[in-house]
Design a protein around this ligand. Structure first.
Ligand SMILES: NC(=O)C1=CN([C@@H]2O[C@H](COP(=O)(O)OP(=O)(O)OC[C@H]3O[C@@H](n4cnc5c(N)ncnc54)[C@H](OP(=O)(O)O)[C@@H]3O)[C@@H](O)[C@H]2O)C=CC1
Ligand SMILES: Nc1nc(=O)c2c([nH]1)NC[C@@H]1CN(c3ccc(C(=O)N[C@@H](CCC(=O)O)C(=O)O)cc3)C=[N+]21
Length: 287
């Protein structure tokens, strides 16, 4: 580890703390006007990883000064019952934001559930209305992980306009909205995925490389361009530790900037979520 240039490592925790402080100030303004921002998390079943993530979100609410409530339906709740629960939360004026933790059990169609959340109470930005606005460069409530990555780029003065940006992974929550945000900022964007024939051909050309696949150490040093800025959303936890999609120790030698895992993109996702809960409460207040 001694030959690692730590000045290249993006401090996601520090930027997340700054974003949370901004959310906290905005939440305080609302509270001064008698409006209490409140996030309701819906966690179906008892998946331990999901429980951990939801706990992290509740702790962030506490730090920021946002009310948080847990809704814990059992794993065998039917899709219709879950829809009823969401409709109830949509109607409840004390609830500013609804977050249904993913993944959902196989018998429930996740997109059907996302579509049921009021777009004004959608801090994840997964509703088609919010996704559609992102596509036409009207970024309102947008997915938190890619927005957090954009904020990191801003904080570390990574120029986007005119750059070659490569996004690996095209999920609705990471890769696809990431590509749209980079395109909105005038990068030349390539999107790679499991059927990309020669991944290295693309990643080698990337001035900005964003990876979100869940494949441990998919990106090796010989796949990246000298001086690239690299953002790793992937998280794999196994018996030996927590890893990103990027072979960090080797890739950092070539990168100009790189996010670590943990401590990079992850904390930003939660910090941006906090700003979105406040934004939802502001929108409801203006209604
Ligand atoms: N840091 C954070 O805040 C967050 C982290 N995550 C993490 O990010 C990772 C991705 O999550 P998510 O987007 O939900 O996952 P999905 O499984 O929905 O998507 C993974 C994407 O990666 C692509 N992919 C898989 N294997 C390869 C490969 N060998 N080469 C190229 N592309 C590949 C898939 O392509 P295809 O669809 O064609 O198979 C798919 O587009 C996970 O590790 C997850 O834990 C997720 C959300 C937030
Ligand atoms: N409706 C919904 N919205 C989500 O935003 C959502 C979801 N479902 N399902 C699961 C994924 C995953 N996700 C993460 C959030 C924070 C960290 C995070 O803070 N990670 C820390 C700790 C990592 C660790 O130690 O395991 C870090 O990277 O430093 C990671 C992953 C949000 N997701």
């Amino acid at each position: 580890m001694s030959d690692i240039d730590t000045s290249k490592i993006i401090d996601g925790k520090a930027v997340a703390a700054k974003v949370e402080a901004e959310a906290s100030a905005a939440a305080q303004k609302l509270k001064d006007n008698g409006i209490i921002p409140k996030l309701v998390t819906v966690l179906v079943g008892d998946n331990p990883a999901s429980q951990m993530y939801v706990r992290m979100k509740h702790k962030a609410c506490e730090r920021v000064g946002i009310a948080a409530e847990d809704c814990l339906p059992p794993a065998d709740i039917s899709e219709a019952e879950l829809l009823d629960l969401i409709h109830g939360l949509n109607e409840d004026d004390s609830v500013s934001s609804i977050l249904v933790q993913l993944p959902l059990p196989a018998h429930i169609n996740a997109q059907t559930i996302m579509n049921a959340i009021s777009p004004m109470k959608d801090p994840d930005g997964f509703h088609p209305f919010n996704m559609g606005n992102l596509m036409i460069n009207e970024e309102g409530l947008v997915p938190c992980t890619p927005k957090g990555i954009i904020r990191l780029m801003e904080e570390y003065n990574v120029e986007i306009k005119g750059k070659n940006a490569v996004v690996v992974g095209h999920s609705n929550i990471v890769g696809k909205p990431m590509a749209a945000m980079l395109l909105n900022r005038d990068a030349t964007v390539s999107i790679c995925h499991v059927f990309t024939k020669d991944l290295k051909l693309y990643t080698k050309e990337a001035d900005i490389l964003v990876v979100g696949t869940g494949v441990k150490h998919l990106i090796k040093a010989d796949m990246v361009k000298d001086g690239a800025a690299i953002f790793d959303a992937g998280i794999t936890t196994d018996a030996t530790g927590t890893y990103g999609d990027v072979d960090f120790e080797n890739v950092i030698q070539k990168a100009s900037l790189i996010t670590p895992v943990p401590g990079g993109v992850g904390p930003m996702t939660i910090a941006i979520l906090m700003t979105h809960v406040v934004k939802c409460a502001e929108m409801i207040a203006q209604k």
